[in-house]
Design a protein around this ligand. Structure first.
Ligand SMILES: Nc1ncnc2c1ncn2[C@@H]1O[C@H](COP(=O)(O)OP(=O)(O)OP(=O)(O)O)[C@@H](O)[C@H]1O
Ligand SMILES: [Mg+2]
Length: 451
């Protein structure tokens, strides 16, 4: 029986079909046609390459059934044989689409030792980074006519938000990852004419969502997600292009020390109104204390730096651990920095008060009656800080605090802002009153006439 595939891809879906990258993600807003594109791509690949092995995964079985098994059974009726026990569609040319799920952390090991030319992760942000990494080990082939590929569809939010954002949005790679292997196609509901015409109410529903959910689900904004600690962070407001910092602005540094964990040093400047600008970042792993100190001094050049606040644990005597990191037993990390000519001040490490201080600085402050700016902005070159700050999540047990995680740059920012004086409330900015002789009081108790 001949297979008739209904529907034409929209331009974004076409891009997804044409991508040959090792990893292609199609993501962002809800309803753009991502799942449709994933199913259709799998069927086209199965038909075009005889004997191809494809694995399509969702996090849970009920989601898999609703989203893919039922629609594929409908679309492939008579064209591919479905085995419900194996959850496999077998095509007459020998290609097989296996549908699977990874509900628990262990579920992923059922694919150990298996080989697939194509693996698709539907709602990839529902998968943990470990699950994704394990699955990439199953993405391989001995065929010469096909290079293995992985496809991802995703919306912002959930456990996998951070790794999807790192690989496909921030494009921040480890030494083992090659940037050219990762392609991202942004999804918009406006691309999906079929849905807009058949169900205009769906767009209205997305438009009526509260601000942060609307940013994520309608605009596909990756800087906002559920459980997020700093919802007020916005690239538009807080990230600026570098400018030449005036000589008379006070400069200072802050550092979150780490050796096995990353070490982050930030440079800040304060303008005449107390606004703080983070203008440089050093983010390194496994660098000895003395080398970090030398690098900080080198990067600072001839800049006059008032002080450097740093993690209070740098004043602990770490004995053998420290010795292994290149110091002498009994010497503190702070002493190692001092020996290189970089003296440090212990930072105030009150976590909740510190995060509240960051929140205060993220808030908009009036500059004039018409204009307002946040109390803190960051130069676009501080990539780790810009990536990590919106990723911070609320701690599960202490709802006032942020959860521990990939937070070395935000910690350094917290130390920095805790070293600044508490801000007094903004003075009220008076609107100039237009002259209206009819509204003038008969007497002048407030001295209005004279002003
Ligand atoms: N090119 C197309 N032709 C016909 N129908 C389409 C096409 N693209 C998408 N659709 C239909 O539009 C609707 C929404 O598409 P789909 O479920 O793929 O969106 P999605 O981006 O996966 O949404 P979500 O973000 O909620 O997962 C579905 O009914 C789907 O069948
Ligand atoms: Mg979908």
């Amino acid at each position: 029986m001949e297979l008739i595939l209904h529907g034409e891809p929209n331009p974004r879906q076409r891009e997804f079909f044409l991508s040959r990258a090792r990893h292609t993600a199609y993501g962002g807003a809800r309803g753009g046609g991502k799942s449709w594109a994933m199913r259709r791509k799998f069927v086209l690949l199965a038909l075009n390459y005889p004997g191809l092995r494809l694995l399509l995964l969702r996090r849970t079985l009920p989601e898999l059934r609703e989203n893919h098994i039922v629609p594929l059974q409908r679309e492939l009726h008579g064209a591919a044989k479905y085995s419900a026990t194996e959850r496999v569609f077998t095509f007459p040319n020998g290609s097989r689409i296996k549908l699977g799920y990874c509900d628990t952390a262990q579920d992923v090991y059922q694919y150990q030792g298996q080989e697939y030319e194509v693996i698709g992760l539907e709602e990839a942000t529902h998968f943990t980074e470990e699950q994704m990494q394990f699955l990439t080990t199953c993405s391989r082939t001995s065929r010469r006519d096909f290079t293995p590929r992985m496809y991802y569809t995703c919306n912002p939010g959930n456990v996998g938000h951070a790794w999807v954002k790192r690989l496909f949005i921030d494009r921040c790679y480890t030494a083992a990852e090659r940037p050219e292997d990762y392609a991202f196609i942004p999804a918009r509901i406006y691309d999906n004419r079929v849905l807009l015409e058949s169900d205009p109410g769906y767009l209205r529903q997305l438009e009526a969502l509260p601000e942060d959910l609307r940013r994520a689900h309608l605009n596909g904004d990756w800087d906002v997600h559920e459980g997020q600690y700093f919802r007020e962070f916005s690239r538009e407001k807080h990230v600026i292009e570098p400018f030449c910092i005036p000589e008379n602005w006070r400069r200072f540094r802050s550092m979150d020390w780490g050796y096995n964990d990353p070490c982050c040093v930030l440079w800040h400047a304060v303008d005449g109104e107390g606004r703080v600008y983070t203008y440089r970042e050093l983010y390194v792993r496994r660098m000895l204390a003395g080398d970090v100190a030398s690098e900080v001094i080198r990067l600072s050049g001839s800049e006059r730096i008032a002080y450097t606040v740093a993690s209070p644990d740098m004043w602990q005597h770490r004995g053998a651990v420290l010795a292994a990191n290149g110091g002498f037993e009994g010497e503190t990390i702070a002493e190692l920095f001092a020996a290189k000519g970089l003296s440090l001040t212990p930072a105030d490490n009150s976590r909740v008060a510190g995060w509240n201080r960051v929140r205060e600085y993220l808030a908009m402050r009036p500059v004039s009656a018409e204009k307002s700016l946040p109390g803190w902005q960051c130069f676009s070159c501080c990539t780790n800080l810009i990536r990590q700050l919106p990723l911070l999540e609320f701690d599960r047990y202490d709802r006032e605090d942020a959860a521990d995680g990939d937070d070395h740059a935000p910690e350094a920012l917290r130390y920095a802002l805790m070293s600044r004086p508490v801000r007094t409330p903004e003075p009220m900015i008076r609107k100039r009153k237009a002259y209206d002789p009819l509204s003038l009081p008969e007497t002048d108790p407030g001295g209005w006439y004279g002003k």
